[in-house]
Design a protein around this ligand. Structure first.
Ligand code: ATP
Length: 519
């Protein structure tokens, strides 16, 4: 549903969840900045993952590795030689496309304006190249292509006027067989494109000296494998045990797309769980279950998740089992996380590459073995996007007079909500209400994010909090001051985001009441 996605993107910008990186200067493709609310949401996700994965488990330790990575590490891991996607060139636009996403291959169309096609020398005032799969309507195909190329190259969006022009020339467009891929006129043969970002280290870096090469890591996993022995030796852990890490990874994706879903800079939350070979398959299933529970606890319901059990022949050659956990995004069902049983491939290649033994010594059986590994690898940005997509709701409402009073709500579970509670004095002019509100604010602030707001009608203030997903709002009113009798003195109104119901609670009860609900 593209309309839903557009609304989500626009809300994220308007309320400060997500901005395009470098937007002031035209934007950096595939990179995103999290604004104040997005940063809080992402932090809540990472902290909860850490709590569930490291803090509340006895068998998983955390680490935080460097982003800059030695070529030797990535040589051994296989990334230098084969971390690539198939890429094709579009001869008309000079754009590079991921070969598996070239629209012509899934029956859509490619169009371009203002370019002359060398091979065919097609010259109308504007040149449109159209690839229309047999049986497809060219106009519909153009509309699909418009979306595709709009994402890819925003300046190449087709205008309504141009669409009209194509409509006028429907016959002509349908007849552009010279652009049929079977004639080989538009897209080159796919070739492999390595997705890693390379850089140079050191002040005296010589461009031709490979010893100063370094890479931005394409996944957090490799530093875990490389440090596995140090963690083992410094922590007296026994198999099975895991090492967990949250951090940035970088991939020079050929076509970043679907908002933050496929970015060039992103964050991962990865666990490498080391075990005995005979336990690998069982533990893979156990981790899958644990990860599904986690998604439930952060507000992504089980029925919106799809589990792909990757069949033989489609997994990485070293993997004996791989599950993809997918979520129903508005733009399609797409991967959130992979849970892979990687056997002893990783420790094996690093043992070979470094020439240092990475075996585990079992004190009880006096046996030496190379542990196997189960890897649950999740994307932080993709999960944040799933949280926002899942939370987004437009609720149709009418007021007492029957007038439209609809609202936009982000229905985050309280533990993920960027702001946990809004605090309002009913009347900004009432000094006592303001004083008490600020007192409550100060009392809650060490424990959670609160938002103090005294501007405008209280109904408006509720709606502003609904739109960013604040689960509770506290209002200090005349009852709080005891102006309507002693019964409600020292109590405040607590309004619930989802039901919009209100209840009164004593000010002293607020902190424990909230802590119970927002952790
Ligand atoms: P895809 O097939 O979507 O490119 P992948 O299978 O290559 O993903 P992995 O290498 O298994 O991804 O990485 C683990 C997780 O890291 C993914 O499930 C995803 O959540 C996240 N991730 C990978 N690439 C990106 C990206 N370009 N942008 C955002 N998140 C990503």
């Amino acid at each position: 549903d593209p309309a839903r996605m557009e609304k989500i993107v626009s809300l994220c910008k308007r309320r400060g969840f997500i901005f395009q990186a470098g937007e002031l200067y035209g934007g950096l493709n595939g990179c995103w900045d999290y604004g104040p609310l997005g940063a809080e949401l992402k932090r809540n996700l990472k902290e909860y993952w850490w709590r569930k994965t490291v803090q509340e488990r006895d068998d998983v330790l955390g680490m935080d590795g460097a982003i800059l990575t030695m070529p030797q590490v990535l040589k051994s891991s296989g990334h230098l030689d084969s971390f690539s996607d198939p890429m094709s060139d579009c001869l008309l636009s000079k754009a590079r496309l991921r070969a598996d996403q070239v629209p012509a291959q899934d029956g859509t169309a490619v169009y371009f304006k203002g370019a002359k096609h060398e091979a065919t020398n097609w010259s109308v005032e504007r040149v449109f190249a159209v690839l229309v799969a047999p049986g497809k309507d060219p106009i519909e195909s153009h509309k699909t292509a418009r979306k595709f190329y709009g994402d890819l190259m925003p300046d190449k969006k087709i205008s309504p006027k141009e669409l009209e022009l194509i409509e006028d020339r429907r016959e002509e467009v349908t007849g552009t067989t010279s652009f049929n891929p079977e004639n080989g006129s538009l897209l080159t043969e796919p070739r492999e494109f390595n997705l890693m970002f390379k850089t140079k280290m050191g002040a005296s870096a010589d461009d031709n000296d490979p010893s100063s090469d370094a890479y931005l890591r394409p996944e957090t996993a490799q530093s875990i494998f490389v440090q596995y022995k140090n963690v083992l030796d410094s922590n007296r852990v026994k198999l099975p045990f895991g090492i967990a890490q949250i951090g940035k990874s970088f991939r020079n994706e050929i076509n970043p797309r679907n908002y933050t879903f496929r970015s060039r800079e992103f964050e991962q939350m990865e666990i490498e769980y080391f075990c005995r070979p005979e336990d690998g398959l069982r533990l893979t299933d156990e981790w899958l279950e644990a990860r599904l529970n986690f998604y439930g606890e952060i507000g992504i319901p089980r029925e919106k998740l799809h589990i792909l059990d990757i069949p033989d022949g489609e997994r990485a050659f070293y993997s004996q089992k791989t599950y993809d956990i997918e979520y129903e995004f508005p733009f399609g069902v797409q991967e959130l996380e992979g849970v892979a049983y990687r056997t002893d491939y990783d420790l094996g290649v690093h043992q070979k590459g470094s020439g240092k033994p990475l075996e585990y010594f079992d004190e009880e059986t006096k046996e030496r073995l190379l542990p196997h590994v189960v890897e649950p690898s999740a994307g932080c940005d993709r999960t944040v996007l799933a949280l926002i997509c899942e939370a987004f709701d437009e609720e149709a409402l009418t007021d007492e007079k029957g007038k439209d009073d609809s609202r936009t709500v982000l229905r985050f579970v309280p533990r993920m909500a960027p702001i946990k509670v809004g605090i309002f004095p009913l009347l900004k002019k009432n000094e006592e209400q303001v004083r008490i509100s600020k007192e409550i604010q100060k009392k809650l602030q060490p424990w959670m994010n609160v938002f103090y707001d005294e501007g405008g009608a209280v109904g408006k203030r509720y709606r502003r909090q609904d739109e960013i997903g604040t689960p509770y709002c506290i209002t200090v009113d005349f009852d709080t001051l005891g102006e309507n009798g002693d019964e409600n003195k020292g109590t405040v109104t607590v309004r619930h985001r989802d039901s919009m119901e209100q209840e009164r609670l004593p000010i002293d009860a607020l902190l424990p009441w909230l802590l119970e609900r927002v952790r």
